[in-house]
Design a protein around this ligand. Structure first.
Ligand SMILES: [Zn+2]
Ligand SMILES: [Zn+2]
Length: 374
């Protein structure tokens, strides 16, 4: 047995010669702790120059970058075992570099993540993406509301904190240290969700018992509601998420006739606001109204279309400008009304206010331009 053959047998026992003159080898080569399928066909002239090398996809990807070096080593190496030694060390360096920088390639890291998800409980894990880098985890609160947290691991996980996306009314900053785990992130999420139970209980009552004109499908983060009061008036409230029982920010929308009495009621009833009562009950008391309820009214009665473009939604706008003549009370989008008034001979503008007449009844009407409509 010649020197080369003996070396091949001792160093690469899983590579089997396919023929008697040893010009083709087929089998496995071990790199780090994994075996890779490889096939080598040597030229008949006894050199390595035109050696054909085919290997499985993963190893091929690793060696792709080193194509030139591999070819050069084939020319310079004395024999096949010497070349394979060099090939192994190139691949080893590249693979261990990948494992350090992209933990998703590392098996040990995968096992670690699986055990972390196990601690959270698989019943809470909604989805895991294919490369094990993003997860969706759910928490069901005491009122059976479902809350989902999306976690995307940092490439340097666990050295760097993962990116977390949640639907909460305030900013959620993950506290992350070198010893943190996904369970810690989940527990922080639960803690935050539990903080806003009072807020969502109050807002859910509004959502169920009144007509919410905006937002359409409120998220957990949305602390504002526009509640219908009558066909020509609504109230926009913005609740403090940390103090949902205290007086919210209140803005009236609608014709002067319709909103005037509401403003007066609010001023004289403010002292009746009772933080032990629900938001809905306090708003009813202070504004002196019974909010129209979905149980006995239709939403269309309170979400009248714009009298100019005949639609309700215009981008993000809803019809907020209302004719002040109580016999008319026609609502318009601000954009539509400004455009209409600008086309009239009676058009007049003073600073940010436009004067003109209602397109329906001719009653004088004014529009205050917001910054984005100027
Ligand atoms: Zn319109
Ligand atoms: Zn009018």
């Amino acid at each position: 047995m010649d020197e080369v053959r003996r070396k091949m047998l001792t160093k690469f026992p899983s590579l089997i010669p396919k023929n008697g003159d040893c010009t083709e080898y087929d089998g496995y080569i071990q790199i780090l702790d994994e075996e890779y399928r490889i096939n080598i066909t040597l030229p008949k002239d006894g050199t390595l120059r035109d050696t054909k090398l085919t290997c499985e996809w993963k190893l091929e990807q690793v060696l792709k970058k080193y194509d030139k070096i591999v070819k050069q080593r084939l020319i310079q190496c004395e024999n096949l075992p010497a070349f394979l030694d060099e090939l192994k060390s190139i691949a080893e360096k590249q693979l261990s570099f990948q494992e350090q920088n992209h933990p998703s390639y590392s098996k040990t890291n995968c096992a670690q993540l699986i055990s972390e998800l196990e601690k959270i409980g698989w019943e809470h894990v909604i989805s895991v993406d294919a490369d094990f880098q993003s997860f969706q985890i759910m928490y069901v609160d005491v009122k059976e509301r479902k809350h989902v947290m999306r976690i995307k691991l940092h490439l340097q996980h666990p050295k760097q904190a993962p990116t977390v996306t949640v639907d909460l009314p305030t900013k959620f900053d993950v506290v992350w240290t070198s010893t943190s785990s996904l369970l810690d992130v989940y527990n922080q999420f639960i803690h935050n969700v539990d903080l806003y139970q009072d807020l969502w209980n109050n807002l859910n009552e509004l959502d169920n018992k009144t007509w919410i004109l905006e937002p359409d499908n409120p998220t957990y983060a949305a602390t504002n509601r526009r509640i219908a009061i009558s066909a020509s008036a609504s109230v926009q409230i913005t609740v403090d998420p940390k103090h949902p029982s205290s007086l919210p920010e209140i803005k009236f929308l609608g014709s002067n006739q319709a909103t005037g009495p509401l403003r007066e009621n609010m001023t004289s009833n403010l002292h009746l606001w009772n933080e032990n009562e629900s938001l809905l009950s306090n708003l009813s008391t202070v504004l002196g109204v019974t909010f129209p309820s979905p149980s006995d009214t239709k939403k269309e009665d309170f979400s009248a279309d714009c009298g100019i473009c005949y639609s309700y939604r215009l981008g993000t706008e809803i019809p907020e400008e209302v004719c002040n003549d109580s016999r008319c009370g026609q609502p318009f989008h601000q954009t539509c009304l400004i455009e209409w008034l600008r086309g009239l001979p009676s058009y007049r503008q003073s600073f940010h206010t436009i004067f003109g007449e209602c397109p329906y009844c001719g009653t004088p009407i004014t529009v205050k331009m917001s910054v984005n409509s100027m």
